[in-house]
Design a protein around this ligand. Structure first.
Ligand code: SF4
Ligand code: SF4
Length: 498
């Protein structure tokens, strides 16, 4: 009920004390907020329902099977195809391994995902909301479970309004138990993307789980249960920010679900053999409203609550078929086409538009940068830190010594040997604490598989070679197995020349 209606019902806020003559009994003021009415979508079959089913099967299949796929990375490395190993600080997707310092790939993926969403929305409208969003998919699954135990829309509404009986209790219990099992499976699957799937699941079955792992599964599962079981369309209408700014991606050529008012009105009840010559094609059967998962009436125009699932189209098409009328009174089409159709003009679809070109260009650019980065990504990651305190030391023979901390990141699953050369200062030699005691200009450093080797390197140069308090010094590093090289420029500090 609208607020104004409620105000009118409650007397428009007039005070009974005003005239002093009111004898009305004291009443609790009625709330100005409408009570929540549970949306009970009716089952419908058709093209969009089939599309939604296949989309859900594929997405759920990928989600649930994903962590169980294996990928041989050699001895000592995890064999899970998709694994985000938080304790090992590594991410694995098939043959590609990501380190924390490569988080920019994740940024690239997020940009790609966001622009991809803009692109698809500009082309096809709210397909993300209607067919692929996890909220939509799990709500669909939960409604199907509800339908199995509690019947279709009318039976569910009737049962919900009726008293609590043993039958109602048992059906509700069965529905909720299955919801809980699905929710836990969702939560557990989420957790095993971060842990080895077989051993973590076996540990759970043997009761040998950690509370951190179980707690996280219960948290994700709990959200699934509440959001898909109870909040449902309210997530789309009130919680999700996406519907609020997706309108900015639409133009006159974007596909949207719309009721063709010019053809449907004036609406009204109709018998089967009735002529539709002097009236609209909408028979006001309400089927489009009954199947809608967000409970809206698309005949009132485009609405934020419409997730673009197309089920109202399936519903209306069955009605049109029954009356021998043309299908698509509710259409999934562009605004331009609808206007053209209403004028009897030819229709067409423009894929190539300014905004679709712009989104596609951004996606291609980001994908190309990421692909280039992946192909050319350095396997030798070295940082050289010049020690600041002290900047240099004058040895007893007058030579000048500088200290450096080397960090060499070995991203490979085998131990690697790195050859280091020092250049740039005449007569400079180096020693490495715990590795190389004799002064040399070239030394080999060994770094274990999948780890960071830290080395303390001292470079010593004769006093006569120092002609500047900050001379350029160069370290050249070569991986002796892969042949990859890196160069780090730093400075060699010394006293001011005499
Ligand atoms: S109005 Fe139609 S397309 Fe929009 S959410 Fe409802 S059933 Fe889906
Ligand atoms: S299903 Fe079609 S005919 Fe029935 S009320 Fe909706 S728009 Fe009208």
């Amino acid at each position: 009920m609208a607020v104004a209606e409620k105000v009118a019902k409650t007397g428009g806020g007039a005070s009974p004390a005003g005239g002093g003559a009111s004898k009305q009994p004291d009443k609790q003021p009625e709330s100005l907020y409408e009570d929540y009415k549970k949306v009970q979508p009716k089952k419908i079959s058709g093209f969009f329902r089939t599309l939604k089913n296949w989309s859900a099967i594929i997405l759920l299949g990928v989600y649930f099977i994903g962590p169980w796929l294996r990928w041989d990375r050699g001895p000592g490395a995890p064999d899970q195809a998709i694994l985000l190993d938080m304790s090992g600080r590594r991410g694995y997707i098939l043959g590609v391994e990501f380190w924390p310092q490569e988080i920019y790939y994740l940024t690239g993926l997020l940009i790609l995902g966001a622009v991809g969403l803009f692109f698809v929305t500009a082309l096809l409208g709210r397909v993300w909301c209607g067919f692929t969003c996890i909220q939509t998919v799990f709500t669909d699954v939960f409604v199907m479970v509800e339908r199995v135990f509690e019947g279709d829309r009318n039976q569910r509404i009737k049962r919900d309004r009726g008293p609590w009986t043993a039958d109602k209790l048992s059906r509700k219990t069965a529905t909720n138990l299955v919801w809980l099992v699905i929710s836990f499976a969702v939560g557990w699957t989420w957790v095993i993307y971060f842990n080895d799937a077989p051993s973590t699941t076996l540990a759970l079955l043997q009761g040998d789980y950690t509370w951190g792992v179980l707690g996280f599964a219960l948290l994700v599962g709990g959200f699934t249960y509440v959001l898909a079981g109870f909040a449902r369309e309210q997530v789309c209408i009130y919680m999700c920010p996406w519907p609020r700014f997706q309108a900015a991606m639409f133009d006159e050529d974007s596909l949207v679900v719309t009721y063709e008012k010019w053809r449907g009105e004036p609406r009204g009840y109709a018998k089967k053999a009735e002529s539709f010559e002097t009236r609209g094609h909408c028979v006001d059967c309400q089927l489009c409203v009954q199947v809608c998962p967000t409970g809206i009436d698309i005949r009132n125009g485009s609405q934020l609550a419409c997730i673009g699932c197309g089920l109202c189209i399936d519903a209306c098409n069955t009605v049109m078929d029954r009356f021998g009328l043309p299908r698509e009174l509710i259409t999934y089409d562009s605004n331009n086409n609808q206007v053209a159709r209403s004028k009897g003009e030819p229709t067409g679809y423009r894929l190539v538009r300014g905004r679709t070109i712009a989104y596609a260009a951004i996606m291609l650019l980001v994908a190309a940068v990421m692909a280039f980065g992946l192909v050319t990504r350095a396997r030798v990651d070295v940082s050289v830190l010049h020690e600041r305190s002290p900047l240099f030391v004058t040895l007893s023979d007058g030579a000048i010594r500088n200290g450096y901390t080397f960090k060499i990141l070995n991203m490979l699953p085998q131990e690697q040997t790195y050859r280091v050369d020092v250049e740039g200062v005449e007569g400079a030699t180096m020693t490495v604490v715990g590795y190389q005691d004799e002064p040399v200009t070239q030394t080999d450093l060994i770094v274990k598989a999948d780890s960071v080797g830290t080395f303390r390197v001292y470079v010593t140069a004769p006093r006569v070679a120092i002609d500047d308090p900050a001379m350029d010094l160069e370290f050249k590093i070569e991986n002796l197995t892969t042949g990859e090289t890196a160069q780090r420029d730093t400075l060699f500090a010394g006293p001011a020349p005499r």
